[in-house]
Design a protein. Sequence first.
Length: 331
Amino acid sequence: MTEEYEKTKQWHDVLHECNFNIATDKFIVYVMFYINNCYIVEEVIKSRRLMFGWSQAKLAEGICSVKTLSRLENGKAKTTRYNLKQLLEKLNLPTGLYNDNVKFVDLETFRAYTQIDYDAAQGNYKKAKIHLNQTKNKLDMEDKATKQYVLHLEAVVDYNLESGDKEHQLEVLKEILEITLNIDDVFSVKEQSFTKVEGNIICNIIYSLEHLQRYDEMHKYKKVLERYFSPEKMMHNHLYVFATYSISKLYSNTGQFSVSNKINQDLIEKSLATYKFSLLGSVIFCIAWNLDQMGHDEDEVRKLIKIAYTLADIVKDEELKRTIRQERLYK
């Protein structure tokens, strides 16, 4: 384990010793893990290698001995920071030893990209595009993980600025994912290890496929995420709500309204438990839409729609607000 992971584990133990109820005080634990986005580096290296279909010899070549890599993957030895960075880079992963965040050259650039993310989330894509053009030359675009991060952010901003072609957007997203992954590997292997950026791209691919009504292909990506978000993989929960909502919409759009709403109820609990409210309005609107399709009481459906609109207004989700205003039961 990395020292950072050990530190985080110690924080968890301290909370437990101080009689924090880990089940009840989920927000504390969630923030602790979410902010750090720490992982167990040897597990990441092993699962990523298996996903690529590589032998230990292929990964170790030119970096370290096979014996050293084997002992590292089994948690029986450590290696140098230099070797770890080389291993991560060869696997197309960000080279931070503790998390999968893209590295920034200075605090100013970090703040700029934080602002870009915020502007995009608020629907202010023109402002996000200006900041993106001003700062992307400050990052190492030769690094595959960094290049993927920037191009994905740029693709999302450009698509929303241009009200672009959904088919074209889908192809762009697939090309960006291919910078670090072979898409065939994503479908064909049981062991998976994605960075946050890769996970977000897959979620956006699902979202695009849903809009294009290409449900068979969407099912393939859905199965990938269902394996990836298995209950024991705690560190993957930062993408859980967004990804699972995409799956819920798949069921909704194929007429499986009850299944969709069962997932949505779980998402509401997860959103409240982790203080992740950005999609809560969308989830509630999906519930309302499903109930309407099933012929439920219109007054109850209308109440849920108004709740969804209020939540969309709070988080400034203009797209959701426009969608809701078009519904016959909104007024």
